[in-house]
Design a protein around this ligand. Structure first.
Ligand code: BGC
Length: 501
């Protein structure tokens, strides 16, 4: 009996020990597997970081290539990826603009209707009012008629609600500046044909059409009596709005859903301009720099795939690296690869991570700028947007690192672009006599993504060197593009003589 008990006890002990060994082996295997996965995940991050590298020499090459392309684009149409579009703005606002003018600002995600009361004689803006609405996604891919009717309806209700004091004298039409933030080949200050859509818009029946004619048809359909006095890109509007408040503004850059730059060029340095030489000797150029590309751009496999699967493959490559529409999407693509190849978020690939554009740049910016010790914001965003819960601090840190890689590359490339423009203008070297060049900046990315903005400004200083940097001022021109369009409508009004008397 005793013996029998002993056998049972020994047997149990053997089985117990074997189980312990098996569990331990499982744990070790599990650990090895997860450390193997972690190593693989970190390799993906490292590889991506290397591909995104933007050392100073590379940025200078990018800037140089930008300058070269600017020359080519000014020489003749179709010579360069940079369209270098002639804006027909040869006189920027000087403070004399007077009267009540309207602006329609159709840019990316949102659009605005504004009314600006200009006092003239350097007294500036007496009063301004605006209303804002988002563009329903269905209208971004519908018909021209549907899109233009929608914006004109908003304009009509804005006008219908206004006070008696804004009524026009009999026989005089209200006048409007139309900020249309897409590439347009202008034929005059108030006409121009759409070259192509960008930023997720794709309305085939508008490409090649005169956008002012399309808008005018919609105004007629909706019975709104208004004349389109100026058609401007948002960069041109920002330049005009910026110049109105600061005479040193000579460049405008938009960093928002999309990106672009405009600057003041000597008319004689535009070989493709065959019109009369403007009195000012200057012409504002809409570069359409979003379409810039160069072998010096640091492209990763994720950028190549994003481009190939986009609505506009092979176009807007610079934009796809630096602007708000795409930064979050690049992050999603890297995270998806890590989930698929390194089980970064566990055995299952989180299904929501497979949805294109589910991670937007504002969310990425919030994660990047999470200052809490446990990266709570990162954890919450991963949970709420991607349905990935219980992430470890280690995992969250990697997510922040990726945000940093993507935003740093974008911001540094944007700074290189600005350097390219300054080089073309001959403003990249120290100036005599305290002369300043002001770059008016606008767009949600610049405005709200602080880390991006700081990195851009630091990089520009780094590239310019201390002495030159002191003569270049980067200024936020808040919503200058709408006001700029109203100012340009004023300076191209049919009633200029009446207004100035
Ligand atoms: C458009 C430009 C515009 C920029 C910023 C780009 O996608 O092509 O015309 O200025 O976005 O809004």
């Amino acid at each position: 009996m005793k013996d029998g008990m002993g056998k049972v006890a020994v047997g149990a002990a053997v089985i117990g020990a074997a189980a312990v060994v098996a569990v331990a082996a499982l744990v070790v295997r599990q650990r090895m597997k997860s450390s193997g996965r972690w190593v693989r995940a970190m390799d993906i991050v490292k590889e991506f970081e290397e591909k995104c590298g933007t050392p100073e020499v590379k940025l200078k090459q990018v800037a140089g290539a930008m300058t070269v392309e600017m020359h080519a684009g000014l020489a003749s149409e179709g010579e360069s990826k940079l369209k270098m579009l002639i804006s027909y703005v040869d006189n920027l606002p000087n403070g004399d603009e007077a009267g009540v003018f309207y602006a329609l600002d159709l840019g990316g995600t949102n659009f605005r209707v504004l009314r600006v009361h200009l006092k003239g004689k350097d007294e500036g803006i007496a009063h301004q009012e605006f209303t804002e609405a988002s563009i329903p996604p269905a209208l971004m891919c519908g018909s021209s008629e549907a899109l233009f009717d929608y914006i004109v309806e908003k304009l009509a209700s804005f006008v219908a609600e206004e006070e008696q004091m804004f009524q026009q004298p009999p026989g005089r039409q209200r006048e409007l500046g139309f900020t249309f933030s897409f590439p347009v080949m202008q034929n005059s200050i108030n006409s121009g044909n759409l070259i192509r859509w960008t930023k997720g818009f794709s309305i085939d029946d508008t490409v090649g059409q005169d956008v002012v004619a399309e808008l005018t048809k919609a105004l007629n359909r909706k019975g709104v009596d208004m004349r389109v006095a100026a058609l401007v890109n948002d960069t041109i509007g920002t330049l005009a709005g910026g110049r109105h408040t600061n005479k040193d503004v000579a460049v405008a850059v938009i960093l928002g859903t999309g990106t672009n730059a405009a600057y003041v060029e000597r008319a004689q340095a535009i070989p493709k301009w065959h019109g009369p030489l403007p009195k000012s000797g200057e012409m504002v150029i809409n570069m359409e720099w979003g379409n810039f590309r160069s072998s010096h751009l640091p492209l990763s496999e994720y950028d190549i795939a994003l481009d190939a699967e986009s609505l506009n493959p092979s176009e807007q490559i610079f934009e796809k690296l630096i602007s708000g529409m795409y930064l979050g999407e690049i992050l999603r693509r890297v995270l998806l690869r890590m989930a698929e190849e390194a089980a970064f978020f566990g055995d299952e690939v989180p299904p929501r991570l497979k949805i294109p554009f589910v991670l937007r740049t504002p969310e990425m910016s919030a994660m990047h700028q999470d200052k809490s010790s446990d990266l709570k914001v990162v954890g919450n965003k991963l949970r709420d947007l991607l349905e990935i819960s219980n992430t470890s601090l280690k995992t969250r840190k990697v997510v922040v690192e990726l945000c940093n890689i993507i935003a740093t590359r974008g911001a540094r490339l944007a700074a290189a672009g600005i350097l390219g423009v300054l080089k073309k203008m001959g403003r990249d070297t120290p100036r005599q006599g305290g002369e300043k060049t002001v770059v008016a900046m606008d767009g949600g990315l610049y405005e709200h993504y602080t880390e991006y903005r700081k990195c851009l400004e630091n990089t520009l200083n780094e590239l310019l060197g201390e002495e030159t940097a002191s003569s270049i001022v980067v200024e936020h021109s808040n919503d200058g593009s709408g006001i700029g369009a109203a100012l340009l409508a004023a300076s191209h009004s049919l009633y200029l003589e009446e207004l100035s008397s």
